[in-house]
Design a protein around this ligand. Structure first.
Ligand code: SAM
Length: 286
């Protein structure tokens, strides 16, 4: 299908369902049915989706291991005036899914890029969580290794925005443990599991309560989940950021206990809080 009016073809970024097939939009069906090529993270998975809609399409795989090689190939097709739809296994492409290299190359080459909005687990979870949604930060997947993961969480501890994380089921409990250590047991949070599917469940509570629940209820760790954590109120965020800044300087030349004493005096924070944070910060740098 040559796109009239421009030499280049168009690249459609098409969201697909995250569970409930009813969430494939009519516009997505129409575009998937008429493009020259569908670039899919897993061609068998997308093939089944298209088959269920009665759509026959030419498929090409585009995943994290072949994207570097495939992107120039797809760009050439677009330059030849062909239309391409990019889809991932579920939800919106590029949101913790492949496609960035292709999009970057297509944007640089002046190809027309059209988003077809639809399901996205992060937005679906936020829309139903009941946590502040005026400002939020999508954090994707945390690093898999404990040290870098804890360091990332610590860097977010004073963030006033609602934080949204994707997590693999087998890491849910350890993530909740690390979050409790970094953000405190009282911080409000939500685990949104199996969204749009038969066993959809939203667990609401403090991080401490959710951790207890995960330890007791094996179901909570089954299936896919989004983890959302409320940010700290603005004033508390400023205080925490100031305490972290002062401790960073003091810990360069003082042992933990003395750094905590001095930081508490300088910032007005309690000695206990300064000591806990100083200890965490010094452990991360060991
Ligand atoms: N691109 C997708 C999107 O727009 O949401 C996300 C892909 S990412 C590889 C997969 C992660 O998204 C899962 O590990 C889980 O954290 C989240 N996820 C996907 N589907 C979900 C669902 N139905 N319910 C809850 N979380 C889901």
């Amino acid at each position: 299908m040559k796109t009239s009016g421009s030499a280049n073809g168009e690249l459609f970024v098409v969201a697909t369902p995250i569970g409930n097939l009813g969430d494939l939009t009519p516009r997505a069906r129409e575009v998937l049915g008429r493009v020259d090529l569908v670039a899919a993270e897993d061609t068998r998975h997308t093939g089944r989706l298209l088959q269920s809609c009665g759509i026959q399409a030419r498929l090409m795989s585009l995943h994290e291991h072949n994207e570097e090689a495939r992107a120039p190939e797809l760009l050439q097709l677009l330059r030849d005036g062909r239309s391409v739809a990019l889809v991932s296994d579920a939800g919106t492409p590029l949101i913790s899914d492949p496609g960035f290299r292709l999009l970057q190359a297509a944007a640089q080459a002046g190809v027309t890029i059209r988003p077809l909005p639809g399901a996205c687990a992060a937005v679906a979870a936020l829309s139903a969580a009941g946590l502040p949604s005026d400002r939020f930060s999508f954090e994707g997947f945390l690093p898999a290794k404990g040290g870098p993961r804890r360091a990332r969480l610590q860097s977010l501890a004073a963030d006033p925005r609602t934080l949204i994380f994707y997590e693999a089921p087998h890491r849910l409990q350890s993530s909740l443990e690390d979050m409790q250590a970094a953000f405190g047991a009282e911080r409000p949070a939500v685990v949104a599991r199996e969204l749009t599917k038969a066993f959809e469940t939203l667990y609401r509570g403090s991080l401490g309560e959710l951790l207890l629940r995960a330890q007791e209820d094996a179901d909570m760790q089954r299936g896919e989940a989004v983890l959302l954590v409320a940010g700290v109120p603005e004033q508390a965020a400023d205080d925490e950021a100031e305490l972290t800044r002062v401790l960073t300087i003091l810990l360069e030349s003082l042992p933990v206990s003395q750094a905590a004493d001095a930081a508490a005096k300088l910032t007005g924070a309690s000695r206990n809080r300064a000591y806990r944070l100083a200890l965490q910060m010094s452990r991360q740098h060991q």
